[in-house]
Design a protein around this ligand. Structure first.
Ligand code: FES
Length: 111
């Protein structure tokens, strides 16, 4: 049986154009999802790290949203350019990327 060290969920939700909540797909999350898959493949971590696309995770205004378990670390505004850093620093190195934490982003927005 596979035993994952990390499970990465990327919101790839898509809503109709003009929807007031917006969505993560329109913020490039499908490319983020694909990049995570590529980075896992590149590091040959497919038996240790699972990557799944999900529907809405909740914080749509701060998408693209990503959550990593088992820690329950939430990231927001994740772009393709951020994926290698999350992989190297958090998934491999064990230290979450502070500047992309949902709590950091929310605090910067005054909430
Ligand atoms: S649409 Fe991605 S968090 Fe809601």
């Amino acid at each position: 049986m596979l035993k994952y060290s990390h499970h990465i969920f990327v919101c790839i939700n898509q809503r109709p154009p003009g929807h007031p909540k917006g969505d993560c797909s329109s913020k490039g999350s499908r490319d983020v999802f694909q990049k995570f898959q590529e980075e896992v493949e590149k590091r040959q971590l497919w038996e240790k790290v699972a990557v799944n696309g999900t529907t809405c995770l909740g914080p749509c205004n701060l998408g693209a949203s990503v959550v990593v378990y088992p820690e329950g670390i939430w990231y927001g505004q994740v772009g393709v350019k951020d994926v290698e850093e999350i992989m190297d620093q958090h998934i491999v190195g064990g230290k979450p990327v502070e500047r992309l934490l949902l709590s950091t982003l929310a605090a910067a927005m005054g909430g």
